[in-house]
Ligand binder design. Structure first.
Ligand SMILES: Nc1nc2c(c(=O)[nH]1)N[C@H]1C(S)=C(S)[C@@H](COP(=O)(O)O)O[C@H]1N2
Ligand SMILES: [Mo]
Length: 434
């Protein structure tokens, strides 16, 4: 398993690289190596005051006031995320900060494979559509807005590796717990309308997505990631090319100024900093398309087994899942109280969640929660339940979603070499004092 690196360690080893990982390359440093621009502003905001001598503060120096709370301060415009120990920045959302129906930008998770682009101004941004099309397109964001119907949808979007930390033996990669999921309100155009404008040929089989971020190695010939989807998924009216998140500009770390939002499929199919969609007559073979990336064995394997590359299949629809977003784990009822209302969200890849059950006796008995229909397809669904605890004591609340195919969240999900698709039931602890 890859050794994890804390931010503090990162700062000790390579402070300039740490600044870049934390603040993004666009924050930059001046010629003497001092932090400037957005990075400086972020540090000031985190400290709750401006830095009078900020301009002469050497890059890579962690302000003493922040040294003990690095996990909280680091990314401008983000708040409360848990920064995972990796470079570039990967940050997940604690479950209690996912309580809103629409995930706020500040709480939306970040998963970067490479170095985000420096210039993300929407003016001058171009999207190329080419490959197996009758007429290649070269579009500005304004062109997209002018030429196609603009739509706004709430869409669930989860990293294929979410939950990886729960597998035993452990799988290498970011040790996501439960927070690489978000359900924001995205505004843009349907990918289908753009592809139809280009005119897809009969030979069209798969899309290939390209973004403006660069490879961690700095090698311009390598791409951090380039994935795609079968044409039928690209043509689904919920697969969007978006430039707004919750009615605002997309956060720079979430792919501004333009990205794909391909709901219900591994987050990696939703290319950020989108510059090109190529229509292909073969299954796309871009970076991180081939097994074992974003792939699982075709059959169930013994934990820890080695699996032949040819025995993997690419992940498509994500599995049925849910979260308890209130209360926060460790909640203590006030003395004399036995009643608690719990709530959360449930979602299921391309499918609809039809039931949510909770247990407060370690799975011995289950109670059906109230479950709402999604406001639009591919949004997660709100659920809520009231529990009356029979005695004082320590309780665990478990939540288990079921989709319209009858598929349910397991207690122990199938182990796989890369640690994908962990949809184990979410559990929280509650104390009832008396
Ligand atoms: N260009 C680009 N697009 C990308 C990535 C990336 O590293 N570069 N990461 C992918 C992965 S693995 C995920 S899970 C989602 C994460 O989206 P978010 O950072 O907005 O939460 O973006 C996807 N799109
Ligand atoms: Mo991902």
């Amino acid at each position: 398993m890859k050794k994890e690196r804390g931010l503090r360690e990162l700062y000790e080893q390579d402070p300039i690289a740490a600044d870049e990982a934390v603040f993004g390359r666009r924050s930059g440093h001046d010629r003497r190596g001092f932090l400037k621009g957005a990075g400086l502003a972020a540090m000031g905001a985190a400290l709750g005051s401006t830095l009078p001598f900020g301009r002469t503060m050497p890059a890579g120096l962690i302000p003493a006031a922040l040294a003990d709370s690095l996990e909280d301060f680091v990314i401008e415009g983000k708040n409360g995320l848990t920064v995972l120990n990796d470079k570039p920045v990967n940050a997940e959302t604690p479950p209690h900060l996912l309580d809103d129906d629409i995930t706020p930008i500040k709480h939306y998770f970040i998963r970067n494979n490479g170095v985000p682009p420096q210039d993300i101004s929407p003016d001058g941004w171009r999207l190329t559509v080419d490959g197996e099309v009758n007429e290649a397109l070269d579009l500005s964001i304004q062109d997209l807005a002018d030429r196609f119907e603009v739509v706004t949808l709430r869409l669930q979007h989860e990293c294929g590796g979410n939950g990886r930390a729960g597998f035993n033996p452990p799988a290498s990669g970011n040790q996501w717990t439960t927070g690489a999921i978000g359900n924001a309100e995205w505004t843009g155009v349907r990918m289908r309308d753009v592809l139809n404008a280009a005119g897809i040929k009969d030979s069209a089989l798969y899309t290939a997505h390209y973004g403006a971020d660069s490879h961690l190695s700095g090698d311009p010939n390598k791409r951090p990631i380039s994935r795609g989807v079968p044409i039928w998924k690209a043509m689904d009216p919920h697969t969007l090319i978006v430039w707004q998140m919750n009615g605002q500009d997309i956060h720079p770390m979430n792919g501004a100024p333009l990205r794909i939002l391909c709901p219900g499929w591994p987050g990696s199919t939703s290319q950020k900093w989108l510059t090109r969609i190529q229509v292909r007559d073969v299954i796309h073979d871009g970076t991180k398309m081939a097994a074992p990336s974003y792939s699982v064995p075709m059959y169930s394997v013994q934990p820890g087994a080695e699996v032949e590359t040819s025995d993997f299949k690419v992940i498509e629809s994500m599995p049925v899942k849910s979260l308890i977003t209130y209360p926060r784990s460790g909640h203590r009822l006030p003395t004399g109280h036995r009643i608690l209302r719990v709530r959360g969200h449930a979602w299921s890849g391309d499918d609809v969640v039809t039931a949510l059950d909770i247990s407060y006796d370690f799975g011995a008995t289950w109670t059906r929660a109230d479950l709402q229909a999604p406001p639009n397809r591919y949004s997660w669904q709100r659920w809520e339940a009231e529990i009356t605890f029979p005695t004082k004591g320590y309780y665990e609340i478990w939540a288990r979603a079921t989709n319209h195919r009858g598929q349910q969240q397991p207690f122990v999900p199938p182990w796989n070499p890369k640690g994908y698709l962990n949809n184990a039931m979410h559990r929280i602890a509650v104390m009832v004092p008396a």
